[in-house]
Each structure stands twice: as structure tokens, then as C-alpha cells.
Design a protein around this ligand. Sequence first.
Ligand code: IPM
Ligand code: MG
Length: 354
Amino acid sequence: MAALIGVLPGDGIGPEVIDQALRVLDAIARRSGRHFELRQGLIGGAAIDATGKAFPEDTRRLALEADAVLLGAVGGPKWSDPAARERPEQGLLDLRAAMGVYANVRPVRTHPSLYDASPLRPERIRDVDILVIRELTGGIYFGAKQRDADRASDLCSYSRAEIERVLRVAGVMARGRRGRVTSVDKANVLETSRLWRSVANELFAREFPELQLEHMLVDAAAMHLLSRPREFDVLVTENMFGDILTDEASMLAGSMGMLPSASLDEKGRGLYEPIHGSAPDIAGRGIANPCGTILSAAMLLRHSLGLEAEAARIENAVHEVLESGLRTRDIAAASSREATTVQMGDAVVARLNA
Ligand code: IPM
Ligand code: MG
């Protein structure tokens, strides 16, 4: 039976980058004789415009039925009125919660062909290979919100079970890597972090005694990501810290546009999206970097469909294209040839077909 992939392009540059990822999946399907059934759905601002809801019922049904979901980005100035009842971002949060994808996996790797795209010195970022695991369905993103004229609050709450299951993903993934886990928290201030830390100590002593677990405060982690990024292996943290640290870490790789992500549930069903947003400032201009989304499609093949070889072929193709000097504007260098979103997609597809 063909795997069913839900496709949610969303807003801004979302549809542009998704188009290129779909061309790549099509090229893979042709070459490997596999068949993917793609079914499109609405999310975010596009869904608000069409249905009044940021996460319509049809999209919920598609997301729950699909083997995996590929998403572009949501949001934009059109829907950012603070008084609005429906917000595009809430649609994305509702989707993550509905799918139960609590472990957001964000690989941050630097590549020699992109050293010059990073604002950091090449000797700092050489051979960086960090796997960030961000808790995705709890914490301050999902706690009770309150607001009156002069006061507002957002509750940050975590249960032992929520903490344990995401830490376990970090442990399992660290086993196949360098065996070092950095758990990032703010235990000098936050009660949730103190629970996080003690759950981490218990879990790693019990289930992962062979791994090296260290704790790091989030402010220090923000600094060390820039001063000694090579020393991180697996970094696991709560929802909001992970959101902030991965935007920061993307600059090691050269651009937000480069980073893919996989958000996984207990059974490996997943939601795949680039870590960047809808970039309204460049939407519709054909210059967005499709690499993060194409690499997210590769993660989809690997984690949800078990197609490791096909995933690796896509990743190799992207790196070969970057090495050939073709770059979108966000990662352009003096020596590179500037490519549009579609030209980048053309080049990756051509490598896959070669
Ligand atoms: C991300 C984004 C989202 C988040 C926004 C769009 C709600 O920044 O995926 O990192 O904060 O999770
Ligand atoms: Mg973010």
C-alpha cells in the first residue's frame, strides 16, 4: 500500500519551499519505483482565510490518517492582529498536539561548503554536529493563558511523564552517536527545571548508564553554542528553550533556511517541517531557500517510512548542489552563483536523476 503523506504548505514562503520538496519526493518515487500518495490540506493563515479556522477539521483528519505530514510554514502580518480570535501559529500548535509529536528533532550540522555563510569564524564551526531534541507539546506553549487589561500570564507546567519520554528519545538517539547528552534547563530559577533535572538524573542512571549526561543552564548554553559548538552532541531541552536555541544554532549552519526538523510521536509517526518561519518579507519572490524543507522530506522518509537509503540520497544531493556553488540569497557568498528557489530544486532533482 502506498504511504499517505499529508502536505500542508501554509503561508508565506511555505508553498514555495514545499513545491520543491514535492518535486524531490517525486524524483525519489520515480527512481525507486515507490508510490507516495500525497494529500494536501490547509493550515495557518491560508486555512483561516478559507474556513475561518487555523486548524480545520479536515486537516485534523488528514493528519491523523496520514503516515507522515510535511509542513511549510505558518503566519504573516495579515493574521497578526493581537486581538484576532484565530491565529495561524495556534493552528500549528494544535496540529502538533493532535498528532502527539512530543519529540522535535533538529539536527544542526555544519558543512565545509557553507562555512563562509556563517557569521562565525570557520575554525569555530568546523565539524559541528549537534542533535537538538526539543520537547514540543508541553511547557509554556500549552499552559493556561490569562489576560485582563493590566496583567497577563502564561503557565509553564511539565509532568514527570512528559519529561521522561522526551529525555528517553534523547538517550536512544545519543546511543547511536557520541554518547553525550546535554540537558538544558534553568534549574537555578524554575521549579519545572528542577523536576526536569531530577527526572533526567534518575532516567539516565536507570536506562542509559553508559551515556554521559551533563546539565547546563540555558543562558550558559546560549553562550557555549557560539563559543564551543563542537562539544555538543545531543542537546535536549524544554519547548521554549529549544525554540530559541535552535534559531541561534541555525547560524552555525549558515542560515535558518538550512535546518530541517522531525517531530515524532511514540510510534515514529511524524510531522516534518523546516525550522524557519513563513518569511513574509520575501514571500512570493522566488528566492526562499528550499533546503530546510527538502531535508525535512528526507527526514520523513527516514523516520516515518523507514527509507534510509532514499533519505541519504536526498541529503547527499543537497550537499553536492551546495558544493557546486549554487546558493539562494540567504547563504550566498562572493564565489557562489545565486539561485532562485526553483533553480535550487532543479539542481537537487537533477542530481537525484543523474
Ligand atoms: C518553530 C516556530 C514555531 C514555534 C512558531 C511558528 C509557533 O518558531 O517551529 O520553531 O515557536 O514552535
Ligand atoms: Mg522557532
